[in-house]
Design a protein around this ligand. Structure first.
Ligand code: FES
Ligand SMILES: [Fe+2]
Length: 370
């Protein structure tokens, strides 16, 4: 059992909120990594301003619920346990199954019918525990699913977590903020391979860019490497970037998962897996390295670059303001399209009340700004 967010705290600014965005938009969000929860254990964490517990039965079934027992309000994360296929409250021993039903009191008396767990929609996909959160006034039952990808022959997940002061719409916007790729991350020749396209809660786009890699000492500093980024965003809590480095024969999938802890802070989880290609398409010198070792080292190399890049954004993210009327310019990328797409994750009434939640024109593109 753990009460922590499982993340490293970063230096936290103390200013007042800098955004009018409601703090908890509707989306699927990572509650944790699947390998954090063995059968027969539970994990309690703050999630979207609530206390939430996820437990896993001895047979391996997962269940997410409000962390407070419906009997007299004890917190399952403080002394609760999993017994067989049920969670047991530490206070009076009531037990609940994964349907949320109280199956036993601690006294052998009939369970009160009103004692039911308040369940939260949960999916375990590709090594992630994802929970669905609905903003107030929006349908609590998800009408879309997070993607599940075939991951045979990919390296085991490498994972990182950080606590930041930011909003998930803002960190996710980073993927379409093309202008900062050069200024913050040092990429050059950034080119749009495919314009941003929207399909309901799914937004995708693709870019190519080059980077002089500061990898291993002076010689490698001269290496000019081409990258392809294929970005798939599902709601504001889940981004997946498929990153191809043709020169090294590497294809990696990078997940970027911001999950609000409360109205001010979020946990940013990163996960990376690299495709173990058959190897025949690798550059000749690299074929000399044992295949398993090559892809394991390759995954670590890509992760180190990826975390390095992501950390470069932290200071900006933690101190910037959300501008509902940004002064966009040619070269920004599809920020207007992204912001219009993001409106669907907020209640319509809230959007109307706030009026200026998103006012970027629908058709703002580089071409039209030219
Ligand atoms: S508060 Fe949970 S059993 Fe009483
Ligand atoms: Fe960035």
């Amino acid at each position: 059992m753990s009460l922590s967010t499982g993340a490293r705290p970063t230096r936290m600014p103390t200013q007042t909120p800098r955004t009018a965005l409601p703090p908890y938009p509707t989306s699927w969000y990572a509650f944790g990594f699947a390998n954090e929860l063995r059968p027969g254990s539970l994990l309690a964490r703050p999630f979207m301003g609530r206390e939430v517990v996820v437990f896993r039965t001895q047979r391996g079934e997962y269940c997410a619920s409000e962390a407070y027992c419906p009997h007299l309000g004890a917190h399952f994360g403080h002394g609760g346990s999993v017994e067989g296929e049920e969670i047991r409250c530490p206070f009076h021993g009531f037990r609940f199954n994964t349907a949320g039903t109280c199956v036993a009191t601690g006294y052998g008396t009939p369970p009160p019918p009103t004692a039911r767990l308040s369940l939260i929609p949960l999916r375990v996909v590709n090594g992630l525990i994802l929970l669905f959160h609905a903003a107030p006034g929006m349908d609590a039952v998800p009408d879309w699913e997070p993607p599940e990808l075939a991951m045979h022959d990919w390296t085991p997940p490498l994972q990182r977590s950080y606590v930041l002061r930011d909003h998930p719409q803002e960190t996710t916007e980073n993927s379409v903020d093309v202008g900062h790729f050069a200024h913050i991350h040092g990429y050059r020749d950034v080119q749009e391979l495919r314009p941003a396209t929207i399909d309901g809660p799914h937004l995708s786009t693709a870019y190519a860019a080059r980077h002089i890699m500061p990898v291993i000492g002076q010689i490698w500093r001269q290496v000019d490497v081409a990258f392809h980024f294929e970005t798939q965003i599902y709601g504001v809590g889940y981004s997946l970037v498929e990153l191809t480095v043709p020169a090294f024969g590497l294809v990696s999938r990078l997940w970027v998962l911001p999950t609000p802890i409360d109205a001010e802070r979020l946990t940013l989880r990163l996960m990376l897996r690299t495709y173990r290609s058959p190897g025949s398409d690798l550059p000749a010198p690299l074929r000399l390295v044992p295949r398993k070792l090559f892809f394991s080292l390759g995954a670590r190399f890509v992760l180190s670059q990826f975390t390095h890049d992501t950390k470069q954004d932290f200071d900006i993210w933690q101190h910037k303001r959300y501008l509902p009327r940004p002064a966009l310019a040619k070269g920004d990328g599809p920020i207007g399209i992204y912001r219009r797409w993001a409106r669907q994750f907020y209640p319509a009434a809230t959007t109307a009340e706030q009026g200026d939640l998103v006012t970027v024109p629908a058709t703002t593109t580089d071409t039209e700004l030219a």
